[in-house]
Design a protein. Structure first.
Length: 233
């Protein structure tokens, strides 16, 4: 049987393909709907010859077709959507907190984050317990570095630039060393379990796997930054 006589069944309902999960796939949904509409229009007894399908697709690929223009427009949108966002450090609030989250900030991202942001208060409670009355000292030092860089860079200062500054990295190294020393102590182990098992306002708490993932990342980062010699107290 010649290929052009092979029939393709066409659904009679002509329903929408549904909204795309990502905006960059919007043009794909549009093309599916257009091709389906044309196929239904040209179908005979619910069947469409392959030759007709080829002509429909040729129309869709034509440089002057609405679909072609839609693809060009969508390409520009996709480039913009996938362009890395520059996070401007426009506020001095919680600078040290942000610095202490730096080791595992990638775990906060994505549709199913390794450690959801709603559990950050649990972590911050642990950090403040680990530093005690020294927390204000570390927080003030981080703010001083931030303010100095803000004078140099202005409001265009990005958090990544702040994080990469040698002074900020030194504060992070010292902070992580102190935090890990605390977590490995009996009091710190108890605090870790207490903080990570505390429910948030929605009644949720980190799972054991989520907490262990953060701990492993903190430990690996502290090791990568190298040993830090601190004065006691």
């Amino acid at each position: 049987m010649p290929a052009e006589n092979i029939g393709i069944a066409v659904a009679p309902d002509g329903g929408s393909m549904g909204a795309p999960r990502h905006q960059c796939f919007g043009v794909l949904a549009l093309m599916s709907e257009v091709v389906l509409a044309l196929a239904e229009e040209r179908a005979r007894d619910g069947m469409l010859a392959v030759g007709e399908l080829k002509r429909i697709l040729e129309m869709a690929r034509d440089a002057g077709s609405p679909l072609h223009r839609a693809f060009e427009t969508q390409e520009a949108r996709c480039r913009q959507a996938f362009r890395p966002a520059v996070r401007h450090a426009s506020s001095r609030n919680d600078v040290f907190h942000r610095l202490m989250v730096r080791p595992f900030e990638t775990l906060l991202e994505g549709d199913t984050p390794g450690f959801p942001r709603c559990f950050l208060p649990n972590y911050f409670e642990l950090v403040e317990a680990a530093f005690g009355d020294k927390f204000k000292h570390y927080d003030q030092r981080a703010r001083e570095i931030f303010q100095d860089m803000l004078v140099s860079h202005g409001n265009g200062l990005a958090w990544e630039v702040f994080f990469d500054d040698p002074r900020a990295r030194a504060v992070l190294a010292h902070g992580l060393a102190r935090l890990m020393h605390y977590i490995e102590s009996p009091a710190g182990q108890w605090a870790w379990l207490t903080c990570m098992n505390r429910q948030n306002v929605d009644g949720a708490r980190p799972t054991t796997e989520q907490a262990e993932l953060v701990l492993a990342t903190l430990r690996a980062t502290a090791k990568a930054l190298g040993p830090v010699h601190q004065k006691s107290g």
